[in-house]
Design a protein around this ligand. Sequence first.
Ligand code: CP
Ligand code: NVA
Length: 298
Amino acid sequence: MKHLLSLEQLTQAEIEGLIHSAVDLKAKRKSCPQVLAGQTWALIFNKSSTRTRVSFEVGIRELGGSPMFLSGSEMQLGRGEPVKDTARVLGRMVDGAIIRTFAQKDVDDFASFSGIPTINALTDDEHPCQILADLQTMQERLGGWKNKRVCFLGDGDCNVARSWIWASARLGFELVVGAPAPFQPADSFMERVPKGTVSVESDAMRAVSGCDVVYTDVWVSMGKEAESADRLRVLSPYQINTQLMAAANPGAVVMHCLPAYRGKEITDEVMEAHAGIIFEEAENRLHAQKAVMTELVR
Ligand code: CP
Ligand code: NVA
């Protein structure tokens, strides 16, 4: 692996290797190999972040390196300097880059022009780091994903949903995307996904039926704020609440990438009942990303 640009580009063996390494790094949290010693890694963020920023900054330090946070709007990037020029400058000065932005193409271009390990920290298309942490959490809490049925409920065409779809296609577990027609995965996207593990269901109750994991994300992703009113109206039947959870398998867990908007995609009651696993997911961002960076400098 040279970069982590999407889950689409990873093989089953690569994903499994990263999860194995993440679990191992978690066990030796404060005595992990200093694989980034003497290195500086840049974080270039064009969107807000709490978990991703903090977990990368802490993770880089724990691996012996130095993080450098750069807000895209304060860089010349924000005044129109092309990504390919920014990439060639940073490629001569820093050892790795972590990018949160809108267009996937910008992260892909940065990787090819900079020549340094580049990580997608969320684009409009994918959020691979999040799903690696989620898979680690499934490994620890449910013993893995084999024979598990996962439901992604809500905006089925968002970055987190798409990365889940690739995880299902690569690892072979069943994924049901529960979403209303305007928020189902685009046909042009699904054409790229191997058939067999992913299904789409417009009825929320039917979508969660028989599921071991019920997963949701915000209804209004960053950059979609102008569509807020429409999204909240159309997605309201997909809220994870106690009544809906009764349709899932007994003992089913709820997962959420966070931030959570109580009263919208999830009720406070369900959120608090599943807080243990949800905040474990958040912590696992640190371990999974340390595994990714360790792999990229190997
Ligand atoms: N889940 C996630 O990526 O959180 P942040 O937006 O806070 O980084
Ligand atoms: N789909 C959400 C994920 C936030 C972590 C967004 O893009 O805003």
